[in-house]
Design a protein around this ligand. Structure first.
Ligand SMILES: Cc1ncc(C[n+]2csc(CCOP(=O)(O)OP(=O)(O)O)c2C)c(N)n1
Length: 325
């Protein structure tokens, strides 16, 4: 395994990409330049970036409406990703899905769903297909701790355990499901303890720690790829923005939010890389400049693309294709 310098810098580059894009999308929404619903993954960048670094291009990922970080970490090219987020015809899904329904099968991003807990049984289906085909792929299924209280979570973990499916259930525990704190909705402290009910390993990890997150994800990926079955990872993290853009977070105690904002994992990772001697300020600056250039190019592409033609609305909906006459 081992988190070598290249891997750490790759994780950093992905995390910075997520952070900058998310900050820009929110500011475009607030200025009225774009109109979309948006659920920010700020604060959860390291979970996705470190996990993505353990995966192969052919592996599958399932995510939810807060999935920008998972989509970027799976390697979806920024142009079609941002064009989709802006609802443009050049988007990954021709602008019809928007940010909360992105799929990009060529990159292994198989589902972005708004149905809380809905991704878990679907991830099992993908993993079952891989197992039957013996193609060596693993599936990572991302969801929040709120989703771990949905029936589908329990059904999916049970079946994955029984069939030893090559799937990693990655619970991104950001402490809140909309405005509901974890402890008000769940009688046990650690979601990962639930794994034992289904005969699979469960672990809780600091999701904001790139090394710990990378090692936990790689262990689970190796186990799944070796045919030994699923793992439940609970990655402890924080949501630095509201549930959606416009949510004022009045339900989060002021001091708690202040402390979390101070501990923003991306700048913390930046300082850590320098303190540990993995990179200099110049190296990280060069990475950030490259990232900014790619993002500027992708936003230009998205903004200069057309919205879908309403006349094409039903194309691709029915098996026969084409327009309904
Ligand atoms: C089946 C279902 N129930 C309720 C909702 C409404 N809803 C949207 S997001 C959300 C909170 C989910 O919290 P969590 O799973 O912790 O994920 P997070 O938003 O924190 O990433 C809820 C209840 C939904 N989309 N789907």
């Amino acid at each position: 395994m081992g988190t070598d310098r290249d891997t750490l810098l790759r994780i950093f580059e992905t995390a910075v990409t997520i952070q900058i894009i998310d900050d820009k999308v929110r500011s475009y929404i607030m200025s009225g330049a774009i109109q979309t619903a948006w659920h920010s993954p700020r604060g959860q960048e390291i979970v996705a970036s470190a996990t993505g670094a353990c995966l192969q291009p052919q592996d599958y990922v399932v995510t939810n409406y807060r999935g920008l970080h998972d989509q970027i970490a799976k390697g979806i090219p920024l142009r079609p990703l941002l064009a989709e987020s802006l609802g443009r015809v050049t988007g990954a899904n021709k602008g019809r899905g928007g940010p909360r329904h992105v799929v990009h099968p060529q990159c292994g991003l198989m589902l972005t769903t708004t149905i809380v807990g809905g991704g878990l049984p679907i991830a099992n289906g993908l993993a079952l297909a891989s197992k039957l085909r013996n193609d060596g792929r693993v599936t990572v299924c991302n969801f929040g701790e709120g989703a771990a209280n949905i029936g589908a979570f329990h059904e999916a973990l049970n079946l994955a355990g029984v069939w030893a499916l090559p799937v990693i259930f990655l619970c991104q525990n950001n402490g809140y499901a909309e405005s509901t704190r974890h402890e008000v909705a769940c009688a046990i402290e650690k979601v990962s303890e639930r794994a034992s009910s289904y005969g699979i390993p469960g672990t809780t990890v600091d999701g904001d720690d790139p090394v710990a997150m990378y090692e936990a994800a790689c262990t689970a990926v190796e186990r799944a790829r070796a045919g030994s079955g699923p793992t439940l990872i609970e990655a402890m993290t924080h949501r630095l923005q509201g549930h959606y853009v416009g949510d004022t977070m009045s339900y989060v105690p002021h001091q708690e939010l202040e402390a979390q904002l101070k501990a923003d994992p991306v700048p913390r990772f930046h300082s850590w890389l320098i303190d540990q001697g993995h990179a200099t300020e110049e190296v990280l600056k060069a990475i950030e400049e490259d990232v900014n250039a790619s993002i500027a190019d992708a936003f230009d592409y998205a903004f200069s693309s057309e919205h879908p033609d309403p006349a094409d609305l039903l194309c691709g909906v029915y098996a026969q294709g084409g327009r309904r006459t």
